[in-house]
Design a protein around this ligand. Sequence first.
Ligand code: PLZ
Length: 455
Amino acid sequence: MTATTPAASSGGPALPQERRVRTAIPGPKSQELAARKQAAVADGVGNVLPVYVRRAGGGVVEDVDGNSLIDFGSGIAVTSVGNSAEAVVRRSVAQLADFTHTCFMVTPYEGYVAVAEELAELTPGDHAKKSALFNSGAEAVENAVKIARAYTRRQAVVVFDHGYHGRTNLTMALTAKNMPYKNGFGPFAPEVYRVPVAYGYRWPTGPEHCGEEAAAQALDQIAKQVGAENVAAVVIEPVLGEGGFIEPAKGFLPRIAEFARENGIVFVADEIQSGFCRTGQWFACEDEGIVPDLITTAKGIAGGLPLAAVTGRAEIMDAAHAGGLGGTYGGNPVACAAALGAIETMRELDLNARARRIEEIMKERLGKLAERHPVIGDVRGRGAMIAIELVRPGTKDPDPQLTAALATACHQAGLLILTCGTYGNVVRFLPPLVIGEDLLNEGLDVLENALAELA
Ligand code: PLZ
């Protein structure tokens, strides 16, 4: 990788691909802005790391105090192609100059159709597919449920332990974790049922039989508590994101998908976090050969612009009546142009291969780190969606305090990392897929040093 990346938007000075800590983190200029935020922005809107950003690209985020942080977060798995990726900027700028909005429901434009064509081509399965575009992941999931209900004329939706699907009313109901997502925000949408997921590391009988045992429990609960004939959709993340980067144990997803097929239930893969090369494949469900009926995408699809989609079997997608799906901004032309640029970049740079290389480097180093530090209970994930789960040594008791302290120590040393997990004890790594290997290794050095000091 080159050591700099051009500031594509401005043609301005290149953004050095380096870690640089010049001030306390956050620095004085960030602190001034934080004071303005405190006065003007609702407290409910938090910040993981209140350094205010000036520029970002490649594998770094540069702040207003001149610090440059190594980016292991990608804005929560969004800027997989890098921030301000050349093709994203080029196509978005051209679109901005031509027109910014017409509303696709009023007067349509080619970009929307082109994105739908790409989605039909890239998502698993060679059946006829159609798409509808929206603004956010939560909106895509809500619409997948609407479509599944219209198609099946059934109401119940089955979701899983540790699942995350958004913050709107229906998607809060679909999301498992109370704090911070749901607490005090009820009542939640009805006809949502939660069943076990195959979380190998925490499965009572161990990981070997977890896939089949968890599937048997989940299907038994659906049959006994809901009735398969009442279920419109099962909605699952092929790798669970916010819940802790849980890869369901092998065999679990195929069994659930088979059950859905046998019972006329729409199988929805929520690939909002795991999709678009993140796990080293276009979509994480390909790993076990799953062909979802519907697939929800967002985040990585458009290199940072807000865009989301539901893609799936044409006969299911067409079940909603004409005019039944939409929204003012869904499939905004600039966001569509950005998506076409992001997809172009993924193909040209073979970002699936890059994600697999990131996995190789990270798994190897994190595996060694886990041997030295018994606080690392598990190293898991695929591609550039990798995590460590932190526990009290000799047990599987979650250690959220250590997790928070480790994140803070990394931030102060110039490495942007995120945490997740139902128990708040998972450190997740989501670098941009274009990050340089030197920077990736330096980020892991920072993590190692921080852990050595804390553990
Ligand atoms: N489905 C699988 O990961 C968003 C949430 C950040 P939106 N995950 C990041 C936060 O704390 O709000 C997500 C996801 C999966 C749905 C969503 C929701 O996507 O674009 O945030 O609405």
